[in-house]
Ligand binder design. Sequence first.
Ligand code: NAD
Length: 316
Amino acid sequence: MRALVTGAAGFVGSTLVDRLLELGHHVVGVDAFTPYYGEQRKRDNLAEASAHPNFGLVEGDLCEIELGRVLDGADVVFHQAAQPGVRLSWSQGFEQYVHDNVVATQRLLEFVKDSSVERVVYASSSSVYGNAAAYPTTEDTLPAPHSPYGVTKLAAEHLCGLYAANYGVPTVSLRYFTVYGPRQRPDMATHRLVSAALTGTSFPLYGDGSHLRDFTFVDDIVDANIAAATADVPPGTVCNAAGGGEVSMADLIALVGELAGREVAIERLPEQPGDVKRTGGTIERAARLLSWSPKTPLEKGLRAQVDWHAAESPTP
Ligand code: NAD
């Protein structure tokens, strides 16, 4: 396969790039190296791929680059690029989210519409559900985002749906539930928690620790993308990509403490606007349509993340 991976230097994108290269595919990556977190970390993510003969990198903004040329010859687009994170999406921050998440996706779909691309896999998010009416949440639940970030992820998912319905663009949207593992973004809770555990600093905990999250290991998310690339499903398909269970922040803190061999000191902070109380997704549809299910138990995935932190001592 000839794959185009947007957001190729990011946490999920770079892990996907490495796997596609391992499987013998040709990969073009696109990334704007946005300043949300350190550019060097993103360059490090691509260090191995950059030395691979089947990999090419286009540095630039999806809203500006020559997409016709970049898409030429691509069979599958894995659209991972976005401005992530809930907290900065309020106030003046929103404009960047609209640019990177909505405008960029619309422009990409316009070019895909006139190309020979056979599948677009879009990295959607559990944030489209907000505080859902029922758990574990099914894909048919009416989305009701609880943050401006979630609104932009849902808008882009709807764009995938409407380019599918109007033009037959073969999109599949995967709603990722809290992804963790090696290379995780430094703003994410598990990253901050593991860093705190390894360095003996305190972990700022928003809320009382009762929040529930459905954690999904990054390799399982990569598997879901690869399954979605070739599955025989109609354009506009939407599937949850969840870890298969819910864990409270308090239990996560205890587990990371055990794995790191040190109890984590907590700095209690108020709940943040935009944070939902609970996430949890059904995985039956992905199993049925994509023959995908998550394989990595939380403890095993966290062990891999702890080992990565310990080996890298990455700088924020
Ligand atoms: P990340 O920030 O590590 O990676 C995103 C990459 O996209 C970055 O390298 C950034 O430079 C690039 N980018 C942003 N805007 C761009 C633009 N306009 N043009 C080109 N490149 C651009 O984020 P991540 O955690 O790897 O997330 C990957 C995708 O998965 C995102 O779409 C995110 O919304 C989605 N997602 C992630 C999670 C999670 O838990 N990590 C959960 C749900 C959904």
